[in-house]
Design a protein around this ligand. Structure first.
Ligand code: FDA
Ligand code: NAD
Length: 461
């Protein structure tokens, strides 16, 4: 069997891998020492583009335009960059077994990779558990879940959801998924789409499909969209905005099956409440799941991810975990957390590499002290959130759908301190100000004061 050996291996070729490679290069990695192994066929890119400009009919994003690190205003790392630095990009290569004791990875085609230091950056895969949970508690799904190969991506078809193998049902995680969706949008011009899920993918994809002149219905079980972060008030604004754009929103129910036409293409989505929706395209976005199964029983786990310290070291010697898969100490909240967002993917990768290189040089670095930062963009809207969404909330600003500007936001207040801030349509300065508030956690006299001062409270901090 072919075998290759590297001093450092990054497993996964997504956002964290790209930012880790840049940091390795900055820290003087030598040619031949570092390899990135990825099942994707392309060099690391800024994944957020896939649910936004990649799908737009105008101003379309295509590679090589959005290779890392352009998303944070950095240098664009083209495949040639890796060559110049002597970093081996091993693409279209899926690792199917990892043995930490012997420091060995095995690919689906039988290649063996040896490493001295491993950085796990396998990210997430699409989740379907919430869709299956609506079925009988004693259904076949649970049996399949236990018996499926550990590394296999889970889709509706794995659980016997009726019609789930129909053509034109899409999930969005990698560039190949986005390419298939783009083809379907072209083939089903002016057609109908049902978007299953009211989270990040649901909101961003509904907007992208609508911009492509597709008739869109969104379906989700909760009383309002993005319940992981949005309050009812925040959600009401976005739901109203989407409705004004002609997007139909169906809440409080779930998709339970699909019918197909003679070509095997999806034709209808069956809902649990008995309704059916016509559909030429279905996009499913019902959550992510960290890809850690290769390492089951070999590293400590916590909250569904691989447990790390604040340098992203795992419980196993010489093994680091970064990005979506890492459950790390969030110092600010004295709690172990996992974060599925790009800002953390970039920063955790840099932290791990700085630690690796400093340790080798007998030096130390300071531990990770992360301020949660999430954002989204859809239509002409753009919001940012910093901090923690716990405690009481205060809505401020102008959330009137009829207004020309939509500058509004929400403060979260816990134990008399502002711990989180959301802002729609903020300027770069205003976004900087809300980030500072979330970091400093200023005390507030009363919720009324915050309500009256609105954004000017943040600008004073
Ligand atoms: P990432 O998913 O980027 O990379 C994982 C890599 O590992 C992939 O290349 C995968 O193929 C590879 N891999 C996995 N298993 C493997 C194996 N066994 N063998 C070989 N390779 C393997 N966040 C945000 O803050 N703002 C945003 O706007 C968006 N938008 C967005 C859109 C879409 C469509 C998605 C799917 C996600 C986002 N996100 C986001 C989330 C953000 O992109 C995500 O948190 C980071 O990409 C995580 O980076 P990682 O490097 O951890 O995983
Ligand atoms: P999500 O967790 O944001 O949303 C999942 C949604 O699925 C829930 O809000 C719920 O409405 C819905 N849902 C659950 N069960 C359902 C059911 N049975 N039927 C219908 N709807 C159901 O996850 P996502 O939107 O799928 O995103 C996947 C990953 O991609 C996440 O890691 C996310 O952070 C990432 N992502 C992030 C961004 C961003 O940060 N702007 C953008 C796109 C994707």
């Amino acid at each position: 069997m072919a075998e290759k050996s590297f001093k450092y291996v990054i497993l996964g070729g997504g956002v964290s891998a790209g930012y880790a490679a840049r940091e390795f290069a900055k820290q003087g990695v030598k040619p031949g020492e570092l390899a990135i192994i990825s099942k994707e066929a392309v060099a690391p890119y800024e994944r957020p583009a896939l649910s936004k400009a990649y799908l737009f009919p105008e101003g379309t994003a295509r590679l090589p335009g959005f290779h890392v690190c352009v998303g944070s205003g950095g240098e664009r790392l083209l495949p040639e960059w890796y060559k110049e630095k002597g970093i081996e990009l091993i693409l279209s290569t899926e690792i199917v077994r990892a043995d930490i004791a012997s420091k060995t990875l095995l690919s689906a085609t039988g290649l063996i990779f040896k490493y001295q230091i491993l950085v796990i950056a396998t990210g997430s895969t699409v989740s379907i558990t919430s869709l299956t949970s609506i079925r009988s508690k004693h259904c076949l799904c649970c049996f399949f879940l236990r018996t499926l190969p550990l590394f296999q991506v889970l889709r509706l078809t794995d659980f016997g959801v009726e019609g789930a193998d129909a053509k034109n049902i899409f999930y969005l995680r990698e560039i190949d998924d986005a390419d298939k969706l783009v083809e379907a949008i072209k083939a089903k011009k002016n057609g109908k789409a049902v978007v299953v899920g009211g989270g990040y993918i649901g909101l961003e994809l509904s907007a992208a499909l609508k911009i492509n002149n597709i008739d869109v219905s969104m379906v989700y079980p909760e009383p309002w969209c993005m319940p992981r972060l949005f309050t009812a008030d925040i959600a009401a604004f976005y739901e109203g905005y989407y409705a004004n754009k002609g997007i139909k929103i169906i809440k409080g129910t779930v998709a339970v099956g699909f019918t197909t036409n003679a070509d095997g293409e999806v034709k209808e989505v069956k809902l649990k409440d008995g309704r059916t929706l016509e559909a030429d395209i279905v996009v499913v976005g019902v959550g992510g799941r960290p890809l850690i199964s290769l390492f089951k029983g070999q590293v400590a786990e916590n909250k569904g991810g691989i447990e790390t310290d604040d340098f992203f070291k795992t419980s196993a010697d010489d093994v680091y975990a970064v990005g979506d898969v890492a459950t790390f100490p969030m110092k600010l909240y004295r709690e172990m957390r996992r974060v599925e967002h790009v800002d953390h993917a970039r920063k955790s990768a840099e932290q791990a590499v700085k630690t690796i290189m400093a340790t080798e040089g007998g030096k130390t670095v300071t531990g990770y002290d992360y301020l949660p930062y999430f954002y989204s963009r859809a239509f002409d809207l753009s919001w940012q959130f910093y901090g923690d969404n716990v405690g009481d909330t205060v809505l401020f600003g102008d959330n009137d759908l009829a207004s020309a500007t939509h500058k509004f936001g929400t403060y979260w207040i816990k134990d008399g301190k502002v711990v989180g801030v959301f802002l729609e349509s903020g300027t770069p300065e205003e976004n900087k100000a809300i980030a500072k508030v979330a970091r400093v956690q200023p005390s507030v006299e009363s919720l009324d004061v915050l309500k009256n001062e609105g954004l000017s409270f943040a600008s004073k901090i």
